[in-house]
Write a protein that binds this ligand. Structure first.
Ligand SMILES: C[S@@+](CC[C@H](N)C(=O)[O-])C[C@H]1O[C@@H](n2cnc3c(N)ncnc32)[C@H](O)[C@@H]1O
Length: 252
């Protein structure tokens, strides 16, 4: 079962939630720090509305963004339509299940991303295996997923106490106002990456101080917010309670 395609209204919820760009900015900073000089060939599995694809294309990379949901592909097309042709020409959108991508593109990518997608699958293995298979030897795999070890943090910091208590008692946060999902432990995804032939290069946390904010974050200098999140995401114990973990692995 795919929890994204099964959830009604999830596209609208995702687009509204996208108001904050903090996770995207942190993701891009992490990638910039580990990527070799481009231009690179990138595949983004579950690329959604192509927000990351457009940013990577703006940096000169060639991006294939693939998504299972035709509504998200349509949003990606809208984003591309308003982008300069230099960016448009470097992005290709494909509507298909990510796990089917390896058949015709195996071993070509310098970077395969799978960001905030694994939680919609009961079994994350096919997508993780695909991400590794898409990369050439030495290529990087970037996986972002919800951190089940911090299940109560978002509700607790937002003051939704019933939800926080249930998350602490049951270990999952599926009782909140969000679509059903399966939050796979970092150790599980790490083991899948290693089994598929990739070594972990680094891991960081995304969304420590700001994840629970529903609206805009007021700050005199937004860079201080990003820098605080970035630094906390690389230190224990902060990264342990981040909303998401970000794993970077290298295909051996
Ligand atoms: C929460 S959005 C994340 C989008 C984007 N990666 C980001 O980080 O902003 C999840 C996306 O994964 C897509 N998705 C879910 N399961 C998928 C699968 N098996 N193959 C491809 N895309 C999938 C959904 O259609 C949706 O666009």
């Amino acid at each position: 079962m795919n929890y994204w395609t099964a959830a009604s209204g999830i596209v609208d919820a995702f687009v509204q939630d996208e108001g904050t760009s903090i996770p995207l900015e942190l993701t891009i900073r992490t990638l910039q720090a580990v990527l070799p000089t481009g231009p690179l060939r990138v595949v983004d599995l579950g690329g959604g509305d192509a927000a990351l694809a457009v940013r990577l294309a703006a940096a000169g990379h060639e991006v294939v963004a693939q998504d299972i949901d035709p509504h998200m592909i349509a949003l990606g097309e809208q984003r591309l339509a308003t982008s300069p042709s230099t960016i448009r020409d470097r992005v290709r959108l494909i509507c298909a299940d990510g796990a089917t991508m390896a058949a015709d593109q195996a071993g070509v990518a310098d970077l395969a991303c799978c960001h905030s997608v694994l939680m919609y699958e009961d079994d994350p293995a096919p997508l993780v295996r695909t991400a590794v298979a898409l990369c050439k030897p030495g290529g990087l795999i970037s996986v972002i997923a919800i951190n089940p070890a911090a299940a109560a943090m978002r509700a607790g910091l937002a003051g939704r106490w019933v939800e926080a208590r249930i998350a602490l008692e049951t270990g999952d946060d599926t009782h909140g106002p969000y679509a059903a999902s399966r939050n796979h432990a970092r150790a599980t995804i790490k083991a899948l990456l290693v089994d598929a032939g990739a070594d972990i290069v680094e891991w960081s946390g995304i969304g420590i101080f700001t994840d629970h904010h529903a609206g805009p974050i007021v700050a005199d200098d937004p860079e201080q917010v990003l820098r605080s999140e970035w630094l906390a995401g690389r230190q224990d114990p902060y990264r342990q309670v981040a909303r998401c973990y970000h794993l970077i692995a290298r295909k051996s």
